[in-house]
Design a protein around this ligand. Structure first.
Ligand code: SAH
Length: 385
């Protein structure tokens, strides 16, 4: 473990360049409004075209330029020759007995990531990925055992939403009663290690003339990349979830090795200063329940003390096992005693009902076969720890 800690950090090679990573001359999905404006200017067209294109891609879900009827035939032809509007490829779609769906997606370089849709009575949550694999090696997480890691581009992140929207035929963007009403960055990867691309994708998801997701319906979940928490708060102001899982540095160092770089005191301080005026903007602390490891009443009391004064809720996640996992899930009565302590201290402490376990779609179970692929361009590849 000691030797590994030095290696922890964001993938070191730069994220693949847009368009280059996708192997296409130019993929318009994932470009910012400014980039699209520049693109049309380069074609000698008015910047207004960018606004029109945005509407077709993100409000109507249209992929073919020939269907973009506000463009004349000449422009449609020019666009077809010079660029594309793409989606990741769907390699597999599985549906759980409880209605949860999991897609295995492949990007144009062959790397894969998984996304999950969780339907609930009053909402539908899409859990998306920010990286192929993850560098963080949290001891209880399946994704952390995957060797290959690379950052996803803004287009690849937004593309996950487009795939799910296509599936539910949720075009044009409905105002309400959406199948995908919420997006959480709780799939594969550490979103704050891919901040720029995630931020660009979030801005696209939030744009009112397209997918139009409210910032209250987007949750960034982080293991605790402290300097980036501040930045995300200032620049994006979306909902924040912290994967806490332990209340002492000794235990958290082990379960979540990133803690050695950003210990609990710093993490909690960053949470205290995260923009959050109202109770509706509470920070979510995620806490995986591991039998005999972090699930005692003492742990619960320490947790309450640690987050004292932060408007928060605590999501207790029964550990979801995976092949070869070194932990077991706490007993139901242990979880409910733990929840009682947290609840009595004034924090909502819902116990997450695992969803999609039969298809390995629950928290921490995602893992793709990317590590088994032999040839990944070195430029886009970073070894896990
Ligand atoms: N890297 C980010 C995003 C991953 S989110 C983060 O750590 O927040 C996935 C959530 O599921 C995290 O809270 C993670 O700690 C939790 N998790 C990972 N493996 C798990 C498992 N086997 N059972 C339950 N929860 C798990």
């Amino acid at each position: 473990m000691e030797g590994r800690i030095e290696k922890l950090g964001p993938p070191r090679s730069p994220p693949p360049e847009r368009g280059v990573a996708s192997g296409l001359a130019c993929d318009l999905v994932g470009l910012s409004r400014e980039e699209l404006g520049d693109f049309f200017a380069g074609l000698g067209e008015s910047p207004y075209r960018a606004k029109q294109l945005w509407h077709w891609i993100y409000h109507r879900g249209v992929r073919k330029f020939s269907e973009m009827t506000t463009f004349n035939k000449k422009l449609q032809g020019l666009l077809s020759e010079s660029c594309r509007v793409t989606r990741p490829e769907i390699r597999r779609l599985q549906e759980s007995a409880d209605g949860t769906r999991k897609w295995l997606l492949a990007f144009s370089d062959g790397n894969e990531a998984e996304i999950v849709h969780i339907p609930e009575v009053d909402r539908g949550t899409l859990c998306i990925s920010s990286q192929v694999g993850c560098t963080l090696t949290c001891q209880f997480c399946h994704t952390g055992t995957q060797k290959l890691v690379r950052n996803l581009t803004p287009g690849e992140i937004v593309g996950q939403m487009l795939i799910a929207r296509d599936h539910f035929n949720e075009w044009p963007s409905p105002k309400e009663r959406r199948h995908i009403s919420n997006v959480v960055f709780m799939g594969m990867g550490e979103p704050l290690y891919n901040y720029e691309n995630v931020a660009q994708a979030i801005r696209i998801l939030m744009d009112g003339e397209g997918i139009a997701l409210s910032k209250r319906r987007i949750t960034l979940s982080t293991t605790g990349v402290v300097p980036m928490i501040q930045r995300a708060g200032n620049e994006l102001d979306v909902q924040l979830a912290i994967s806490l899982h332990a209340t002492t540095d000794a235990l958290r160092d082990k379960l979540v090795p990133l803690n050695r770089k950003y210990p609990l005191a710093e993490l909690i301080k960053a949470c205290r200063t995260y923009p959050r005026a109202a109770n509706s903007r509470r920070i979510t602390f995620e806490y995986v329940m591991l039998k005999g490891i972090n699930d005692s009443i003492t742990d619960a009391k320490q947790l309450v003390k640690l987050i004292q004064g932060i408007p928060a809720k605590v999501n207790l996640i029964p550990f979801n096992t995976w092949p070869g996992a070194p932990y077991e899930c706490s007993m139901p009565e242990t979880i409910s005693a733990f929840a009682d302590v947290v609840n009595e201290a004034g924090y909502a402490s819902p116990v997450r009902i695992p969803r999609g376990q039969d298809i390995l779609a629950a928290c921490g179970q995602l893992k793709s076969a990317s590590e088994r692929r032999a040839r990944i361009p070195a430029k886009t590849t970073v070894k896990g720890n």
